[in-house]
Design a protein around this ligand. Sequence first.
Ligand code: GDG
Length: 459
Amino acid sequence: MSRLVVVSNRVTVPQKSGDAPAGGLAVALQAALEERGGIWMGWSGNSSGERGPEKLDIREHGNITYALTDLTDTDVEEYYHGFANRVLWPICHYRLDLAEYGRKEMAGYFRVNRFFAHKLAPLLKPDDIIWVHDYHLIPLAAELRQMGFKNKIGFFLHIPWPPADVLFAMPVHEQIMRGLSQYDLVGFQTDFDLDNFGGGLVREGIGERLEGGKKFSTYGRTFKGGAYSISIETKAFAEFAVKASKSSMVRKARQSVEGRDLIIGVDRLDYSKGITQRIDGFEQFLKLNPAYQNKVTYLQVTPKSRSEVPEYEQMQRTVAEQAGRVNGALGTVDWVPIRYVNRSVPRPLLAGLYRLAKIGLVTPLRDGMNLVAKEYVAAQDPEDPGVLVLSRFAGAARELSGALLVNPYDIEGTAHAIARGLTMSLDERKQRWEKMMEHLLKYDINRWCDDFLKDLTEE
Ligand code: GDG
């Protein structure tokens, strides 16, 4: 079996404690690489200041060789904070209003991709399978091809792919599309994203959809495309949650909600996650259902992310103020309606809290997949499962048909779904949960990885 070489923006080397890091990409990939063995290359997350970084930092952990590089301050600013997070992220989440395009940042993005290719090249063997991840590294295959590499190279996009009208508003869309055409397989989270990609090519007259949308031809190349819904280690996570729920940490958390129903939301602090709309929905629920006042606690766990980007810094303040306002207006001396935790909680506690919560509230405005939704389902007690309230705009909604689907922009709709979830009969909860759990056991992270690699390696 060929070696697997994974390249992604961030590489999170496992900590000794064995506690998995926050972030869907890291959680998912570690499991995939451990099984197959290989290299995981990417940015260390550190800056080398203004001087070019030294040689790669190589670390061996079990079956995986981690190869880390620092980046200069300018690289971090232009490539990461600049083009990746202030252009591609908002564009792919349909937020044209937040995209801040600049030529300097664009040049930095392509420059860092070239730098990554040059760092990776000496580590590669001719039959290595290369798997590039996410929007930070779209041009990587083009750089490797220019250096003469003929390896199979696949790309997986963890975030949504927007329709043509949104994508083509981005001034450098052509370079981005050309970059994607250099892969052998371009994978998206859902059929909707795949369809947006193929539809965009055809509508703009720059390419064709072949074999019923499984192949594309553009810029002189023909390559495969597919939808591969990323998932979790379902069985292991379910077992982990059972164990975690017996821990003293979770017992303490159970005591602290004092018999009230728990609603849980877990998201990196990001405007795509719909946190402010969700708080509005919860407030509306309490106003429409006053009998629930003092009977329910909404816990929102929101680790900080990308605080260097102004939109995120601003959002941190907005969400904290909003939670404070609702608590001030509706809370009582002995009841805090919203518990807002603005940092990461340990994974065992998270799993135990999922299991404790009557409702998992997952309402992004747009999300590639959303692994929290899947973790919430996997963590439930089969004899008394909670209800998943899920945004129809999360990729996970294409699979989790047992959830109560909501439009996150419809605040009253979210409020009604919360009420419906809290009053749902045990029979209906079980029926809905079983359907989702059965699906997740079949389509877990290993299946995602196998399906992608099979399509990448097969002729
Ligand atoms: C991107 C795409 C796609 C969160 N808070 C804590 C914590 N987490 C963990 C969750 C989950 C992961 O982080 C978040 O994954 P998501 O999938 O929900 O979201 P993104 O980080 O935006 O990931 C997304 C994903 O890539 C994979 O392709 O699904 O659409 O945006 O695993 O449990 N973990 C701990 N403490 C926390 O406070 N320990």
